[in-house]
Design a protein around this ligand. Structure first.
Ligand code: UGY
Ligand code: MN
Length: 246
C-alpha cells in the first residue's frame, strides 16, 4: 500500500517542486466544466502564475486578460480558441499567446484535453508596441542546439523582441544531457515536464523529476539539470525577459 503521508512536492522560499499527487482543484470564475490546478502564483512569492487545466465535456474557458497576458498551450487534446473574434482549433503542442486587454474563449473541447497556462502582468516599454495575439505550433519551431552541445535542444516559442517581456521555450535533453553549468540569474522560471525524467538541482538541493511535475524557480535560485532514462527529457518553461532590472 502506498503511504499517503509522502510526496515529492516541496515548497521553499525560492523554489518549489509540485508533483501531481498533491493537487487540490481551484474554482476559477469563467472557467467551467474543467479542473484547474494553480501550480505557481504570487501567493508563494512568484511574479508569474502557472496553471494546469483539464477540460471535461462542455469545458469552456472564457475571460479577459486585462493587465496580465496569458500563454495557453495544449498539452494533449483539442479545443477551439477564439481571441477577440479570431478563431483557431488547437491540438497537441499548439498554443496561443493572448496579449493584455483581449477577450478569450476556449470551447468545442475534446473531453480530457489538458492545457498549461503562464500568466504575467505586462510591463509596457515606451515607444515599443504591445504584442499582438499569436497562434503557434511547437512542431513547426526549430530545435536549435544549445551552447554547442548536440545533446541539448532549445525551441523558442515566442518572438525574441522587446515587445515581449516573457519568453516560453521548450528544452529537450537527450539521456545523459545536462545544463553546461549551474545557472545563477535574475530571471524567474515556471516549468512543466512534458516527457522523461532526470534530476534537478535547485539551490544545492537535488530533486528527482519526471513527466507531469512542475517547478518554480525564483530569481537567483541556482539551477542545474541532468536527464536520465531511455528517452529524452523535455520541459516547457517561462522566463521573464527584456525589461530593465528595477
Ligand atoms: O533559459 C534558461 O535560463 C534555462 N537555460 N534555464 C533552465 O533550463 N533552468
Ligand atoms: Mn535558467
Amino acid at each position: 500500500m502506498e503511504i499517503s503521508a509522502l510526496t515529492r512536492s516541496v515548497v521553499k522560499k525560492n523554489h518549489a517542486v509540485i508533483s501531481p499527487d498533491g493537487y487540490v482543484n481551484s474554482t476559477v470564475p469563467g472557467w467551467a466544466n474543467c479542473t484547474v490546478n494553480v501550480i505557481i502564483n504570487e501567493q508563494m512569492g512568484a511574479r508569474l502564475c502557472q496553471t494546469l487545466i483539464t477540460l471535461q465535456k462542455d469545458g469552456n474557458l472564457a475571460g479577459s486578460t486585462n493587465q496580465s497576458q496569458i500563454f495557453f498551450y495544449v498539452i494533449e487534446g483539442k479545443c477551439k480558441a477564439t481571441i477577440s473574434g479570431q478563431s483557431k482549433v488547437l491540438t497537441n503542442g499548439q498554443f496561443v499567446y493572448v496579449p493584455i486587454q483581449k477577450e478569450y474563449v476556449f470551447d468545442e473541447v475534446t473531453p480530457g484535453t489538458t492545457m498549461l497556462t503562464f500568466h504575467k502582468v505586462y510591463e509596457p516599454l515606451q515607444e515599443t508596441p504591445v504584442p499582438q495575439t499569436l497562434f503557434g505550433d511547437a512542431a513547426h519551431i526549430p530545435a536549435n542546439e544549445y551552447l554547442n552541445d548536440p545533446a541539448l535542444r532549445l525551441q523558442v516559442l515566442l518572438p525574441d523582441n522587446l515587445s515581449f517581456d516573457m519568453a516560453v521555450n521548450i528544452f529537450t535533453y537527450d539521456p545523459g544531457g545536462h545544463l553546461p553549468f549551474v545557472e545563477t540569474h535574475i530571471m524567474e522560471h515556471g516549468l512543466l515536464y512534458l516527457q522523461g525524467q532526470g534530476v534537478y538541482m535547485l539551490d544545492h538541493q537535488w530533486y528527482p523529476i519526471k513527466k507531469g511535475d512542475s517547478i518554480w524557480m525564483a530569481p537567483y535560485c541556482q539551477q542545474w539539470f541532468t536527464a536520465m532514462g531511455k528517452e529524452p527529457a523535455v520541459y516547457i518553461y517561462y522566463k521573464n525577459v527584456n525589461r530593465f532590472p528595477t
